[in-house]
Design a protein around this ligand. Structure first.
Ligand SMILES: CC(C)(COP(=O)(O)OP(=O)(O)OC[C@H]1O[C@@H](n2cnc3c(N)ncnc32)[C@H](O[C@H]2O[C@H](COP(=O)(O)OP(=O)(O)OP(=O)(O)O)[C@@H](O)[C@H]2O)[C@@H]1O)[C@@H](O)C(=O)NCCC(=O)NCCS
Ligand code: ADE
Length: 324
């Protein structure tokens, strides 16, 4: 997938011209013009960084889609437990979000309220539904990765001193918890949260994404360190999430027994050596087929895998150009 087409031509020529004007203005005693130009330069750097973050979020969603086997879920190999969507649906959805992630990064950098983030998320969901003819592909991802992009904006503005997870909690946890009191009863997820007393996406975000930072990211990095391929490391991270997450999609479709079945299958896969076993793709494929037979689809686990791949790249300094 060449995201280069979406990458903007670096405006380094304009940057160097602007730098020389700034220096001249400062030298000849017109500091306010220099300050204006410096502010303009800082803003342009932030916009460039927001586009890098957007590309990282789109790559994370694309990498999640492409991972196979991924029990019950859509990939480019098959549609998993779904009759209403395929990989093309996810690709249309993913590209409809390219401006959303950069916008919400800038909103976070500017210290936006949760209400502002919420409105951006709702607008993004509207664009997603238009792109997918009404299919819910990434509603949870809009929420999960949107908050993490906003947190990245805030965190980078503050110099990266605290942690991304604590930035989510400090900035928006109370507001996210308040969402419960006005939850939309119509959604599968909010009904599952109430019926089974689980936190769902809101609970995960309000706690600073523990399944990303404390479960999946360590599993991803340990698998890489153990010599696993990138595909295998991503599969290991996915199964680590699936083994423990209260995924409301699993509860919605499979009820408590479906969630327990999914947890057990993932734990057995990991206990059997996970991806460090030679035949892991065959074992993962057997679990995928069993989920499809049961119509189970862990969409929340898929979202948190994408969130993990995004966070991994942000924390590893991945980006097209250093923005400062
Ligand atoms: C904040 C909301 C998104 C909360 O939505 P909801 O009330 O529905 O509650 P949840 O189910 O908890 O979350 C919604 C989606 O989040 C994913 N998810 C599920 N469990 C978890 C979890 N434990 N942690 C994190 N994320 C989780 C999941 O999304 C993915 O699955 C969907 C696709 O799968 P599918 O099976 O097709 O789903 P359905 O169509 O529902 O089922 P079928 O009909 O096919 O059987 C897809 O969305 C994936 O992303 C959950 O579905 C909501 O209140 C909201 O959007 N608020 C407004 C926006 C906002 O506040 N934004 C804040 C700033 S960005
Ligand atoms: N690959 C996928 N298949 C089904 N639902 C999903 N939700 C997020 N990613 C998904």
């Amino acid at each position: 997938m060449a995201f280069a087409a979406l990458e903007l031509t670096p405006d380094s020529a304009l940057d160097s011209a602007s730098d020389s004007i700034t220096d001249a203005a400062a030298e000849h005693g017109v500091p306010h013009i220099a300050e204006v130009l410096r502010t303009r330069q800082a803003w342009k750097a932030m916009v460039r960084r927001s586009r890098e973050i957007s590309m990282l979020a789109l790559r994370a969603l694309h990498d999640e889609l492409c991972l196979y086997p991924k029990p019950g879920l859509v990939s480019k190999m098959d549609n998993g437990s779904h009759d209403d969507m395929d990989a093309a649906t996810f690709m249309r959805s993913l590209f409809s979000l390219r401006r959303y992630f950069s916008t919400i990064y800038l909103a976070g950098a500017a210290g936006a309220s949760f209400d502002r983030l919420r409105r951006l998320g709702i607008d993004a969901e509207r664009r997603m539904l238009r792109a997918t003819s009404g299919i819910n592909t990434h509603r949870g991802a809009i929420f999960n990765l949107g908050i993490l992009c906003a947190a990245a904006g805030r965190w980078e503005q503050e110099g990266g001193t605290s942690s991304l997870s604590s930035t989510v909690v400090c900035q928006w946890s109370d507001d996210i918890k308040q969402m419960d009191s006005v939850a939309d009863d119509a959604s599968h997820g909010s009904r599952a949260c109430r019926r089974y007393a689980v936190g769902g996406a809101r609970g995960e975000a309000a706690m600073g994404f523990p399944h990303v930072f404390d479960v999946a990211l360590p599993a991803l990095r340990a698998a890489r360190a153990g010599g696993a391929s990138e595909r295998a490391a991503r599969a290991q991270a996915f199964f680590a999430i699936l083994a423990v997450l209260d995924d409301t999609n699993l509860l919605h479709r499979g009820h408590a027994s479906g969630l327990a079945y999914a947890h057990r299958a993932a734990r057995e896969f990991l206990a059997g050596g996970g991806v460090l076993r030679e035949n892991w793709p065959a074992r993962a494929r057997a679990i995928h087929d069993a989920f499809v037979r049961r119509r189970l689809s862990p969409g929340g686990s898929a979202d948190l895998l994408a969130a993990t791949l995004l966070v991994d790249r942000i924390l590893s300094g991945d980006g097209w150009q250093r923005w400062r």
